[in-house]
Design a protein around this ligand. Structure first.
Ligand SMILES: Nc1ncnc2c1ncn2[C@@H]1O[C@H](COP(=O)(O)OP(=O)(O)OP(=O)(O)O)[C@@H](O)[C@H]1O
Ligand SMILES: [Mg+2]
Length: 257
């Protein structure tokens, strides 16, 4: 027990939500998307967030990344309290310390893979070391495709370009909202293997929302949301463990309704 406490206090926290609530709308139409969420994400770990549709996964991710305001509570990226930042500071924080991967890749069609990967750094006026760029491209396995435009790449390859774009600036944390949601299972596996590899070999921190138990099993830890609150957690999950937990949550939800 003591050993567990001492290891967890030594680990750095990449992102943390404390008592986060998020209400949308007003009066009769008001929806409580998050109802007092406390969760932290350790550096160098791959965490999946799962839960039924409408349980608040995307809202939590947007609040953590400073893309949406909280109704109450606090969010930290590293030691920076996001809710206390000005708009300018928030833009800077997102640009320099957070990476994003979306379901729809969001690549610019007229740029090559390499130009897409380097664009955020270019906007920020930064250059990656050639060493790091080569390592990321090597990890993504896109060495032969760097000169291609998105339309000349498969879905899986496009998403790997988006992953490399998120990784190349070495953000403290990457948030991915259903990164494999638009991919067939082979391309999905390709992207998940890559994400897992980037955590294990490059020390990246990733928080990924997914609907797919198999995708979640690539993570070190799975956090389950239901009805705007965290209801379960698994470590070193198998797809079957994840599926069982999802079923239990659904049963409880059915009983409550
Ligand atoms: N901009 C908004 N205005 C009003 N209600 C919203 C808004 N965004 C989300 N909601 C509501 O908040 C709740 C949580 O939504 P959220 O998108 O976080 O769910 P989710 O778990 O990501 O679902 P899915 O798996 O379908 O993507 C839902 O009831 C949703 O209808
Ligand atoms: Mg969502």
């Amino acid at each position: 027990m003591t050993a567990t406490i001492s290891t967890s206090t030594k680990r750095q926290t990449a992102a943390r939500a404390m008592g986060v609530t998020k209400l949308y709308g007003e009066g009769e139409a008001q929806v409580a998307a998050l109802r007092g969420v406390d969760v932290e994400f350790h550096s160098g770990e791959f965490t999946a967030i799962m839960g039924p549709s409408g349980s608040g996964k995307s809202t939590l991710m947007h609040c953590l990344a400073g893309l949406d305001n909280l109704t109450s509570g606090e969010v930290f990226i590293g030691d920076a309290c996001v809710s206390g930042l000005s708009d300018k500071e928030l833009t800077e924080l997102r640009r320099s310390r957070i990476g994003f991967i979306f379901q729809q890749f969001n690549l610019l069609p007229m740029l090559t893979a390499e130009e897409n990967i380097l664009l955020p750094l270019k906007i920020a006026g930064r250059k990656p070391s050639q060493d790091w760029f080569d390592r990321v491209v090597d990890t993504v396995g896109l060495g032969q495709r760097l000169g291609h435009r998105p339309t000349e790449l498969s879905g899986g390859q496009q998403q790997r370009v988006a992953c490399a774009r998120a990784l190349v600036s070495q953000p403290e944390v990457i948030f991915a909202d259903e990164p494999t949601g638009n991919l067939d299972s082979t391309s999905g596996t390709e992207v998940l293997t890559f994400l897992q590899h980037s955590v294990r070999t490059l020390g990246q921190t990733i928080v990924m929302v997914t609907h797919d138990p198999k995708a979640a099993s690539y993570a070190d830890r799975v956090v389950f949301l239901a009805d705007g609150g965290i209801v379960a957690e698994l470590r070193e999950p198998t797809a079957d463990d994840v599926l069982d937990t999802m079923r239990r949550i659904d049963v409880k939800k059915g009983q409550a309704a």
